[in-house]
Ligand binder design. Sequence first.
Ligand code: AKB
Length: 362
Amino acid sequence: MNERHKAGIFLSFFFVNQPEKIDAVSVPEFSRKICCFDFVMHEIERFSMKRILITGACGLVGSDLVLALQEKHGAENVIALDFQTACKTFRGIFEQADVCDSERLRAVVRQYDIGQIYHLAGLLSVGSEKNPDRAWTVNLGGLKNVLDIAKEADIQVFWPSSIGVYGKTTPHVNVPQHASFEPNTMYGVTKVSGELLCQYYWHRYGVDVRSLRYPGLNGYKAAPGDGTTEYAIHIFYGLIRENRYECFLRADSRLPMMYMDDAIRGTIALMEAPAEKITIRTSYNFTAVSFTPEELVAEIRKISPDFEIIYKPDDRQQIADSWAQTIDDSRAREDWNWQEEFDLPKMTQALYQGIKERLENV
Ligand code: AKB
């Protein structure tokens, strides 16, 4: 029993013996006791749970995931880790570290008694093409470090794969869970290899590692990174700043996408699902909507009818062309009840509002 468990038990006795400390004055005694019991159980859980580590915490997904997990488990139970310093608005526990430094990572895991790692640190598709050596080192070296530490300390791991695993030989429409994956980008190579590494650690060492093939994820709490699907976020910065955008993909480039709130909900649901429900240990196909730049522009013109778009496809078009247009994610839906909430119109409104507020507050 460690200090935090002892604190949890002390707290539970304290509140059970002094229910008036709980703000439930207007409810009858019976429900007051139930409130008290629920509150105490919740507090015991918060005090005694092992903590959660999120690497790549300042990135697009990390920024949302940290907030969601802090809300769910308490800020004292969530450790945000990134190689850059925390942004000015960050509230909570933060560690600056490089995931390639396994000793530093191990020290953080020991210091905070970590039981779960969401390992998000990694380079995206465009960044990986600019620096393939670094992509290999960070995307795979970082993952191997996390899996080794998880093996030693019995830690549950989430790791994001991506639609980057798909390649020219993958069917482009309704990609099944199991298909030919021969990506021609370094990003894709690291994602396919990472999926196999995860499955290996599960079979060989029993590491409870779970993964999703993220589609293009669209959020606003952090600045967009250098991915191929990120045009769908940059376009809103163009809309709000100058009512125009120069798009680096063709008007008809259909790609699988998802609003960030859905992605965060799906990620946490996967991690909370009973182990026997998880039938895929490489990475689950995972999607919500598929749209083209011109379909997104049509939605944006409902907000700003004279929004101007110029299409100037560049090298990134080749990456987009090698990926799938639509995905069959029925295994995720069957195994752990995945269901999205945001379609294209709802996502467009949410992104517009979020990015507008973000830009007003900088
Ligand atoms: C990228 O475009 O690189 C990412 C991804 C789909 O993995 N957004």
